[in-house]
Write a protein that binds this ligand. Structure first.
Ligand code: PRP
Ligand code: URA
Length: 209
């Protein structure tokens, strides 16, 4: 069974409150999502392995640690996942970025794929699938499915807000994929929106409503 990590650092929780607020402007919303993505990247990389190297300080030689040469990939689900990419790249600047375009059919809530462009060596990379919202879990599962079809094996999922329904769906379909969230909300409403959530993440990021 995959693990769920709730990133409850006070800075993340503080910023999430303003992300939820319907009076937050598009500009502020975008900046806050970017900042929370950076803070969550700090949490999601907590387990990456280190190796020892020798370094010469002005005083003497010392043994110290650096990150082992890990190959990382960020996989934002378009559109809203784009809002978290730059914030994560601030901490992981060498990561490659693959894009998965999915939208939810408003009637069936099923994900519809419209674009996929991945790094050529994607199957060799540790991947972080990024999407602010994990609602029914259909979009995250579709993105993870298409990565696994391309022989990707090391996948994590990072979301801002998850519904319990979405977490269950990902855990059932992909028990090997750990999930990192800033909050687990109450439930999904009849339109598949997370309650209380933050509304439509794509519209709020890009000012389309
Ligand atoms: C939103 C969100 C997720 C999806 C979550 O995208 O960014 O991708 O819904 O819902 P699910 O867990 O039920 O699949 P949307 O389909 O609104 O597309 P957009 O980002 O292009 O606006
Ligand atoms: N997609 C969103 O953008 N918001 C939700 O609450 C659910 C799906």
């Amino acid at each position: 069974m995959s693990k769920v990590f709730v990133c409850d650092h006070p800075l993340i929780q503080h910023k999430l409150t303003y992300i939820r607020d319907k009076n937050t402007t598009t500009k502020d919303f975008r900046e806050l999502v970017d900042e929370v993505a950076t803070l969550m990247a700090y949490e999601i990389t907590r387990d990456i392995p280190l190796e020892s190297v020798e370094v010469e300080t002005p005083v003497q030689k010392a043994e110290s640690k650096i990150i082992s040469g890990r190959m990382l990939g960020l996989i934002p689900i378009l559109r809203a996942g784009l809002g978290m990419v730059d914030g994560i790249l601030k901490l992981l600047p060498a990561a490659k970025v693959g894009h998965v375009g999915l939208y939810r059919d408003p009637d069936t809530l099923q994900p519809v794929e419209y674009y996929v462009k991945l790094p050529t060596d994607v199957q060799e990379r540790e991947l972080i699938v990024i999407d602010p919202m994990l609602a029914t879990g259909g979009s995250a599962n579709a993105a993870i499915d298409l990565l696994k079809k391309r022989n990707c094996t090391q996948i994590k999922l990072m979301c801002l807000i998850a519904a319990p329904e979405g977490i269950r769906a990902v855990q059932e379909a992909h028990p090997d994929v750990d999930i990192y969230v800033a909050a687990v909300d109450e439930y999904l409403n009849d339109h598949g929106y997370i309650v209380p959530g933050l509304g439509d993440a794509g519209d709020r990021l890009f000012g389309t409503k």
